[in-house]
Each structure stands twice: as C-alpha cells, then as structure tokens.
Design a binder for this molecule. Structure first.
Ligand code: SF4
Length: 262
C-alpha cells in the first residue's frame, strides 16, 4: 500500500475526540486508514462495508505518520486514546509501536477495541499487553450464530476466539472487558454465553446496542460518530431498553460479573 500522505493528503490517522458511553472523550487512532480492513464482516458493522477481508497482519500506515497526526490533534481535551478506526486494529503490525508512541505523546490511558480473533498470535498478545484496557468482541455462544453475525475469514471459529481470550486473560494485567452486541438468545445459547463469560472472567461485560445507520459502502468518517452517511443506509432495528436491562440483570446474576449497558 502507498504512503497515506499520498492517498489522503488532508485526512488524519487521528480523529475526534468523540464521545463514548464507556470511555468519555475518546481520541481515535486509525492504523487501518487506507481502507476498511477486518477479519470479520459483522452484520451490524458501522463502517458499512469491509473492503479487505483478511487475517494477515501488515503495516498500513507508518508510525511516523501517526506520531505527526497525534501532535497535530486535540489530544489534550481527550480522556483516553482509543485504537479502533477503519477495521481491526490488531491487523496492524505496528500496533505496539503506535501504542507506545501515543502514551509517550499524550500521557493518556490507551484502550484497544478488538474483535479478539487474533489472540492466538504471540505478537498480537505482546502488542495488546501494552494497552491499559482491552475490549474484546463476543457476540455469540455457538458456532452457527458466530458465523452468521460476525462472518469471519475462513479458519476463525468461535472456539479459537474464546480460547484466545481465555489465554490472554491469564497473562494480561490490564482491564479486560467483553463487548457484546445485544440480541435475543435462546435459553441454551444464554446458558452457553454465561459459561463462556465465567470461564474468561473479564473485569466487565458491556452490552452494546446498534445506534447508527449502517451505510452500504465504506467511507472514512464511519470510524467516528457520524450523523449522516454519503451512501444509502439501513437503519438498525430498535432494541427495547427493557429487554437490554433484563439481559444485563440476568447475566450479572448468572455470572457474578460486572455487566453494564448503554
Ligand atoms: S469486528 Fe468491528 S470493524 Fe470488523 S466487521 Fe465487526 S464491527 Fe466491523
């Protein structure tokens, strides 16, 4: 891939700060930047479309560009620096280097939002271990639902994701959260979810609900809190707050974990 300065001369790898219900004012760092790149294609993905569906790690944006963009950004008004952006941040080979740079420049807490599909890779684990908080996605408790909702590249299974998170939990001494998109579960699926969560033992479980329209194509502003999309978009089905509250209560009761929702 070419240098991002040539591709997007006026855009930055750093965006926001954007308001986040979990993090306050969050300054985003986008190490994917040159395209939407992910090993999943979640049905609810706010990026609209994942153009590069891959599990291969690569350097998409040079760290020197991220450092220059951080210096130019409004980092002082942010509460945290969050690595998320235009896809799956652990696919960026320079994640560890960029985390170190972000902390050195801003002195802020560093958070990584990941789909948790690559935690069986030692280099990914080493990079993520540098973050203060890691939020791992987990939207399903059976392989069929996992494939239907997250649509991973071939070879990634729910079992491999869960094993990766459990192993990461054993060595990681930062704050580990599981992020799960709300959906109705059958009794059996709910029991399996509780069992998986108990086995992982995260510091927190966050139940998300879809809030923004899902565009039909990728545009770079989709990495932040966009209001309008330049493409036709699908409005996500409304989720009742009572249903979410009930799931939070049941999960907390069955797992004895700290469960929160928007
Ligand atoms: S893991 Fe995140 S970036 Fe990747 S498809 Fe799912 S929601 Fe989109």
């Amino acid at each position: 891939m070419g240098d991002c300065e040539e591709i997007y001369p006026r855009l930055s790898t750093v965006y926001g700060p954007v308001e986040s219900w979990r993090l306050g004012r969050s300054l985003g760092v986008d190490l994917l930047f040159v395209n939407s790149i992910c090993s999943f294609r979640c049905v609810y993905c706010q990026l609209g479309k994942i153009n590069v569906h891959t599990d291969k790690r690569s350097e998409f944006v040079p760290t020197r560009q991220v450092i220059a963009d951080l210096h130019k950004s409004d980092w002082r008004s942010a509460d945290v620096v969050t690595f998320s952006g235009s896809g799956e941040p652990t696919l960026a080979k320079n994640l560890g280097e960029a985390i170190r740079a972000a902390r050195a420049i801003t002195g802020k807490e560093v958070v990584v939002l990941t789909n948790a599909a690559h935690l069986n890779d030692e280099e990914v684990v080493a990079d993520l271990s540098l973050a203060d908080r890691v939020f791992c996605k987990l939207d399903a408790s059976d392989e069929t639902s996992f494939r239907r909702i997250n649509r991973p590249v071939e070879g990634i299974t729910l079992e491999s994701v869960v094993e990766g998170i459990k192993n990461f939990r054993k060595t990681y001494d930062g704050f580990l959260a599981i992020q799960s998109m709300y959906r109705p579960y059958s009794e059996t699926q709910f029991e399996s979810l509780c069992e998986i969560l108990r086995d992982i033992g995260p510091d927190e479980v966050q139940i998300n609900t879809p809030t923004r329209a899902i565009p039909r194509a990728w545009f770079i502003e989709a990495r932040g809190n966009y209001e309008e999309t330049p493409y036709p978009a699908v409005t996500p089905r409304k989720v009742s707050p009572e249903d979410v509250a009930s799931m939070v209560e049941r999960l907390a009761e069955r797992t004895a974990l700290n469960v929160v929702s928007r």
